[in-house]
Design a protein around this ligand. Structure first.
Ligand code: HAM
Length: 440
C-alpha cells in the first residue's frame, strides 16, 4: 500500500489566525489606531527585512536577540548592479524606525516625530504559550532633535499615560506598570564595571548562560529567571546608586508626571530589558498569573534610546517608545473575557440576511439581489437553489438574522418572503420595503 503523502504544516512557532478570533485582533488594532490618533501619532510601515548590520549595531551584538534568535540569510547578488548582502527578518521595529528617521531626514522638520506601527516580527525563540517565532507588535516611537523636546521627561510620562489609557479602553484588567532608569551610557559603563566586579567571586555559581553574560554583558544577568540565581542577583549593586544627577532628576520628573496623571506604577530597580539601546527610562506592563500568558507575563515593553540614532550613523535624536505583544494582548483579553462589554464579546455578529433561492434557476436572481442589498450596506450571505428549504432555513439561522426566500412567486410579483428568526415572524414584502425591513 502506498504511504499517504504527509500534509504540509505551518512552521513551528508560527500559526494561522482564523475567524472569529481575527475579529478581536481587528478590534484591538482599531482601538490602538483611535487612541494613537488622539495623541497625534501617524503610521509608519518599514520593510519586514533589513540589513543584518542594522540590528547588530542597533539592538546589540551581545543580546540574545542578535546572538541567537535572528532569521538571517546571505542574499546573493542577482545582477551586476546588486551586491551580496546579509539580510535579516526584523526581530523588532525600533531599529527600522530609527533607520527610516535618519534616511528620510525626519529630524529636519524640527518637530518630534510620533510614529506607530503594527506588524509581524521574527525571533527564533523556543515556542511556548505567548511566545512565537512570528509574533505581532503594536508599537510607538517618539523621537526628534533635542531642540524639539524629545528628551523631556514629559514625553516619557505621556507615552506611559497613553498606554494606560489604551489598556483601559481595551478592557485589560489588573495591568501593572513597572519602571526603572538604566541611566545614561556613562552611568551604564560605571554600573557594568561594578556588576562585573561584584559577579567575579560568585559567577561560578550561576547557570552557564549567566556565567557568559557576567563577562560579556553583566546587566543581562539581572534579567535571569533562573530561581537558583536569584539570591546572588538580590545581593548585586543597584543601578539607582550609579545614576548621575541628570538621570536621577529625569527619572524623578517622569514619576512626578505619572503621579499628576494618577497612573499607578511600581519602581523596579532590577528592570533592565533585553536590548542594548536603552538609556534612562525603561518599563514593562505585566498582567498577573492566570491572565492567559503562562510564564510570559510581559504584555509590552519599552524605554528611552537617546543614543540609538548616533549608533546607526544618524544625528542626535533622543527618543522613547514601546512595543505591545499583540499575541499576548489577545490571549489576555480572551482570558479576561468577562471584563469586556457584551458588544465586544460578540465576535461573530450575525449577518443581516441570508438569501435562499428556490431552485437553481433562481441563483442568478439571488446574487443580483445580494448585490443590491450589499451595496445598500447590508451584510448578506447567498444560499444555493439546489438546497431543500429546510436546509436553507438551518443554514440561515446559523449565520443571519433574517432569511429572504426568493421563489418563482416572489420574482414574478417583485416581492420577497422574509422570516425574522428572533421573533419567528414571516411576511411577504414589496421589494421597495425590503431593505428597511432587513435593517430592523
Ligand atoms: P521587547 O521587549 O523585545 O521590546 O518586545 C516587546 C514585546 O513584544 C514583549 O513585551 C512581548 O509582549 C512581545 N514579544 C517579544 N517577543 C515575543 C515572542 N517571541 N512572541 C510573542 N510576543 C513577543 C522591543 O521589541 C522593543 N523594540 C520595544 C521598544 C520600542 N522599545 C522602544 N521602542
Amino acid at each position: 500500500m502506498a504511504t499517504p503523502t504527509p500534509s504540509v504544516k505551518a512552521v513551528r512557532g508560527t500559526r494561522d489566525l482564523l475567524p472569529p478570533e481575527t475579529a478581536l485582533w481587528a478590534r484591538i488594532e482599531q482601538t490602538a489606531r483611535d487612541v494613537f490618533a488622539r495623541y497625534g501619532f501617524g503610521e509608519i510601515r518599514t520593510p519586514i527585512f533589513e540589513a543584518t548590520e542594522l540590528f547588530a549595531r542597533g539592538v546589540g551584538e551581545e543580546t540574545d536577540i542578535v546572538s541567537k534568535e535572528m532569521y538571517t540569510w546571505e542574499d546573493r547578488a542577482r545582477a551586476q548592479s546588486e551586491k551580496a548582502q546579509s539580510l535579516t527578518l526584523r526581530p523588532e521595529n525600533t531599529a527600522g524606525v530609527v533607520r527610516a528617521y535618519i534616511e528620510h531626514k525626519l529630524g529636519e522638520t524640527g518637530a518630534p516625530q510620533k510614529l506607530f506601527y503594527i506588524g509581524p516580527q521574527f525571533r527564533r525563540e523556543r515556542p511556548q504559550r505567548g511566545r512565537y517565532r512570528q509574533f505581532w507588535q503594536i508599537g510607538c516611537e517618539v523621537l526628534g532633535p533635542q531642540s524639539s523636546g524629545s528628551e523631556s521627561p514629559v514625553r516619557d510620562a505621556e507615552v506611559l499615560e497613553m498606554l494606560a489609557t489604551l489598556l483601559d479602553e481595551l478592557g485589560v484588567k489588573n495591568w501593572k506598570l513597572e519602571l526603572n532608569s538604566v541611566g545614561s551610557s556613562e552611568d551604564r559603563k560605571r554600573y557594568n564595571a561594578a556588576l562585573r566586579e561584584a559577579l567575579a567571586p560568585v559567577k561560578h555559581q550561576l547557570n552557564e548562560d549567566n556565567q557568559r553574560r557576567a563577562e560579556t554583558n553583566p546587566l543581562r544577568v539581572l534579567d535571569s529567571k533562573d530561581p537558583a540565581d536569584q539570591a546572588i542577583i538580590a545581593a548585586l549593586p543597584k543601578i539607582a546608586d550609579y545614576l548621575d544627577d541628570d538621570s536621577r532628576a529625569h527619572f524623578a520628573a517622569v514619576l512626578a508626571a505619572l503621579d499628576a496623571c494618577s497612573v499607578p506604577y511600581t519602581a523596579n530597580p532590577r528592570l533592565v530589558r533585553g536590548l542594548d539601546y536603552y538609556t534612562r527610562t525603561t518599563f514593562e506592563f505585566t498582567v498577573p498569573d492566570g491572565s492567559g500568558l503562562g510564564t510570559q507575563n510581559a504584555l509590552l515593553g519599552g524605554g528611552r534610546y537617546d543614543g540609538l540614532s548616533e549608533m546607526l550613523g544618524g544625528p542626535k535624536a533622543p527618543g522613547i517608545g514601546f512595543a505591545i505583544g499583540e499575541d499576548r494582548l489577545v490571549l489576555t483579553l480572551q482570558a479576561q473575557r468577562e471584563a469586556l462589554e457584551p458588544r465586544t464579546l460578540n465576535l461573530e455578529p450575525k449577518l443581516d440576511a441570508y438569501i435562499a433561492p428556490i431552485g437553481a434557476e433562481r441563483n442568478a436572481a439571488a446574487l443580483a439581489l445580494a448585490r443590491e442589498l450589499r451595496r445598500a450596506g447590508l451584510s448578506v450571505e447567498v444560499g444555493d437553489g439546489t438546497f431543500r428549504l429546510k436546509k436553507s432555513f438551518e443554514a440561515a439561522d446559523r449565520v443571519a438574522r433574517h432569511i429572504v426566500i426568493l421563489g418563482e412567486d416572489e420574482l414574478a410579483s417583485n416581492t420577497a418572503t422574509v422570516k425574522t428568526f428572533a421573533t419567528g415572524e414571516q411576511v411577504k414584502v414589496d421589494r421597495t420595503k425590503l431593505i428597511d425591513l432587513l435593517r430592523t
